[in-house]
Design a protein around this ligand. Structure first.
Ligand code: NA7
Length: 543
């Protein structure tokens, strides 16, 4: 950008999965588009989170774009759950093949975005002191973007190396023989622990809340399997439209209460053995709404933990006792087995929190645990954090932070009243589901609403307050049908925002299932976008 603001039809914040998909769509519909990306390359989540063991929890063949069949037919998926290197390489391949970098500016963070009501455009400024204007502002800034770092006193005094999972260094970290401390046992910590344990001299894991970790059962994909994948994409995309979590699996219609206890166990065994999220998706359809089914699943996993982990005290600390699904369940790759290693120990910091950090290590309950390296995998300000951390101001200077002070308010997870022509990709209150599929449907819908406005000569698209209120009520009602709503509110979950001190606990996702959401998007298009106004300044003054 030069000092004279450049004007674009659309500016996209972020060159991760969402930003790349949106750029493709906007080119198709003829919008002059610019993508701003804080990192030095594309990738988003897969650019920043390069920690050891980082991999998807989705199966490779559905963690990709549908729009480039040639890449799908030639890309050699290597693993069932690809590592970050593979996802990163895939995204680079898509971007380079489609010559997308010419519309992208890297190493540039958007600092503010203000709506200019007189000009009906957004003005953005970057950390480079540049400005640009646009008609449509697209937030593709991700669900888990703003890391959370607890304010541990004394951290700055630590003499060893401090590593954060969300901004992992580019150099290879040598853990061999080192005393490593790791704080945080969410999906990230669960991936790091088994990998670091293999080389560290000693790994001490500091756990506050245990998770229900299901086995990932990752494996390499051979050529025969690859051919099967390539031949079946159409069928898989169809399944992603009918599966509640947008995964390519036939819908599961089994209800827990229709089976005997022995049958229930066998069904759980089946899901556990296949691995991945199939323990949830292919066992019982009512796992997140039927308390009996939910408790049976929780008890099943606790039993597995006690079977695998040899030391009963460690197994007890690792065993959760809240509703299954209240926290996003991680996938483990020999996670529980790792706690049987002689060089791994677990410290329970639930009732005795980490007091402080010293030059030599961490202090818990008066005891100092010495470390050469501390890894923090302490989570994110999920869902809303990406947009509230930018100075986004809509009509009358109202900020997104103020607007969402008591939780997100959106219409369809894509728009917010008072923020005209601002669209979010996988924004708050979109389904909790396989992200590339949710991105795809959201971007297609955004493309359609913009095309409608342009066809009709309208300049401003805006959600109505009634549309937003209706969506907020709808999302809350759907959530109230789940066991999570009745769950222990003291249990931290980034899906509800209460992992961040001071953040209001609220419903950050749409829990009605992806198929119903897709249907709502389709109906919105068919019905001419109810809950939105379209206007053009000339028309407004002529009225
Ligand atoms: P998570 O799932 O939010 O996990 C963060 C972890 O950090 C969790 O175990 C927290 O314990 C722990 N934490 C946070 N603050 C502290 C303090 N002060 N002391 C000790 N432990 C603390 O984030 P992840 O990055 O693992 O995963 C995020 C998503 O990425 C994941 O769900 C996937 O969708 C991909 P807590 O549970 O709050 O007691």
């Amino acid at each position: 950008m030069s000092n004279t603001p450049q004007h674009y039809d659309a500016i996209i914040i972020g060159a991760g999965f969402g930003g790349i998909r949106a750029l493709h769509e906007f080119r198709k519909i003829g919008l002059k588009t610019k993508v701003f990306e804080a990192g030095t390359d594309v990738g988003g989540t897969w650019y920043w989170n390069r920690y050891p063991g980082a991999r998807t929890d989705s199966e490779a063949w559905c963690y990709c774009y549908q729009f480039d069949d040639e890449i799908l037919q030639t890309w050699d998926w290597k693993e069932r759950m690809p590592s970050w290197t593979e996802v990163f390489a895939y995204l680079r391949k898509v971007v380079d093949k489609h010559d997308m970098r010419r519309d992208m500016q890297f190493s540039t963070r958007i600092q503010s975005a203000h709506f200019d009501a007189a000009a009906n455009q957004w003005k953005v400024t970057t950390d480079k002191g540049e400005t640009a204007t646009c008609q449509y502002l697209i937030s593709a800034s991700g669900v888990l973007t703003v890391p959370y770092m607890p304010p541990f006193p004394g951290l700055e005094t630590f003499k060893g190396e401090v590593l954060r999972s969300s901004s992992w260094p580019r150099h290879k970290v040598d853990f061999a023989g080192k005393r490593v401390a790791l704080v945080g046992t969410g999906a990230t910590g669960v991936q790091i622990i088994p990998v670091v344990a293999q080389v560290a001299g000693h790994l001490t894991v500091f756990q506050r809340t245990p998770n229900y970790v299901m086995p990932g059962r990752n494996h390499y994909i051979d050529e025969e399997q690859r051919e099967g994948i390539r031949a079946n994409y159409d069928q898989m995309w169809n399944w992603t439209r009918t599966n509640p979590f947008a995964f390519p699996m036939a819908p599961c219609n089994q209800m827990f209460d229709d089976y005997t206890p022995e049958q229930q166990q066998r069904i759980f065994d089946g899901g556990w053995e296949v691995g991945g999220f199939r323990f949830i998706f292919e066992t019982f359809a009512d796992m997140l709404v039927n308390p009996k089914c939910n408790e049976a699943a929780a008890a099943y996993i606790r039993n597995k933990i006690h079977t695998v982990v040899k030391d009963p005290k460690t197994a007890a600390i690792l065993s959760p006792h809240y509703q299954f699904g209240l926290k996003r369940p991680p996938l483990g790759h020999f996670y529980y087995e790792t706690f049987n290693r002689p060089n791994v120990s677990l410290v329970d910091v639930k009732d005795t929190p980490i007091e402080r950090i010293t030059p030599k290590g961490l202090v818990v309950d008066g005891q100092e645990y010495e470390a050469d390296i501390i890894i923090f995998a302490t989570g994110f300000d999920g869902g809303t954090g990406a947009l509230t951390s930018i100075d986004v101001r809509g009509r009358n200077g109202r900020t997104m932070k103020e607007t969402w002070a008591n939780g997100p308010r959106t219409h369809m997870g894509t728009t917010v009243d008072g923020f005209p022509n601002l669209f979010m990709i996988s924004g708050p209150q979109t389904p909790f589901a396989n992200i590339p599929i949710i991105i795809n449907s959201g971007v297609e819908w955004i493309g359609k609403i913009i095309q409608k406005a342009r066809r009709d000569g309208e300049i401003v698209i805006e959600a109505t307050p009634e549309g937003v209120e209706g969506w907020v009520q709808h999302v809350q009602k759907l959530f109230s049908m789940t066991v999570m709503d009745k769950g222990d509110h003291a249990v931290h979950s980034w899906m509800m925002g209460n992992n961040i001190p001071g953040k209001t606990r609220s419903v950050l996702f749409y829990f009605g299932g992806a198929p119903m959401y897709f249907q709502e998007l389709d109906e919105s298009v068919d019905m001419g976008f109810p809950g939105f106004t379209f206007s053009a300044p000339e028309k407004a003054s002529a009225r």
